[in-house]
Design a protein around this ligand. Structure first.
Ligand SMILES: [Zn+2]
Ligand SMILES: [Zn+2]
Length: 170
C-alpha cells in the first residue's frame, strides 16, 4: 500500500500519484469545493463584484450546468444567489458603518429630522431641561438612533403646539 494523498478541500484521500492528483484537482467536485473554500474567506461584497464583472454563462443559464464548472470564466451565479449576496453585502454594510451611512435611499424619519434640526440650531449652553422650550426638546443622539422607541421616550412634536398635527397620545 503506497502513500495516500489527502485533499483538505474535499475531506477525502486517495492513493497518491501524480496522475491521481492531477485527475482529482481537475475534477468538478474538487473545483467546486475548492472554490467554496476560498469564497468562504471572501467578503460577499468581493464575490458580488467578481460575479458582476463576468458575463453570464450561456450554457449554465440554459442547461443548469456547465462543463467548465467553477473554473468557467463566465458567471454561474443565479438571480437568487445574486439577490442573496446583495442582502449579505447590505447587512455587512449596516453592521460596519451603521444604518445612517448605508441606507441612502431611506426616507428621513422624524427622529433624524428632529436631531438634524436641533444640531443646526444654536445649542443653548444649559444642561437643565427644566425650562419649557419647544426648540430644545429633542432626543440625545444615542436614543435618537434607536428604532422603535416607546412613545413615552419620544420628544413631543412641536407641530402639535402649533395646531397642525393631531396628537396620537391618549
Ligand atoms: Zn479535492
Ligand atoms: Zn460556464
Amino acid at each position: 500500500m503506497g502513500k495516500r494523498y489527502y485533499c483538505d478541500y474535499c475531506d477525502r484521500s486517495f492513493p497518491d500519484s501524480a496522475d491521481n492528483r492531477k485527475k482529482h484537482i481537475q475534477g468538478v467536485q474538487h473545483q467546486r469545493l475548492c472554490k467554496l473554500h476560498y469564497d468562504a474567506y471572501k467578503e460577499p461584497e468581493e464575490i458580488l463584484k467578481d460575479e458582476m464583472e463576468k458575463k453570464p454563462c450561456h450554457q449554465f443559464q440554459k442547461m443548469g450546468y456547465c462543463n467548465f464548472g467553477p473554473g468557467c470564466k463566465y458567471s454561474h451565479i443565479t438571480a437568487e444567489e445574486m439577490q442573496q449576496l446583495r442582502e449579505e453585502v447590505q447587512q455587512q454594510c449596516l453592521r460596519k458603518q451603521g444604518a445612517a451611512n448605508c441606507e441612502e435611499e431611506k426616507e428621513p424619519d422624524l427622529d433624524s429630522w428632529l436631531v438634524k434640526r436641533t444640531m443646526n440650531k444654536e445649542i443653548k449652553p444649559t444642561n437643565q431641561p427644566s425650562v419649557i422650550d419647544i426648540e430644545a426638546w429633542s432626543l440625545p443622539p444615542e436614543l435618537a438612533s434607536l428604532p422603535n422607541l416607546p412613545t413615552s421616550l419620544l420628544p413631543p412634536n412641536p407641530q402639535i403646539f402649533l395646531g397642525n398635527v393631531q396628537s396620537e397620545w391618549g
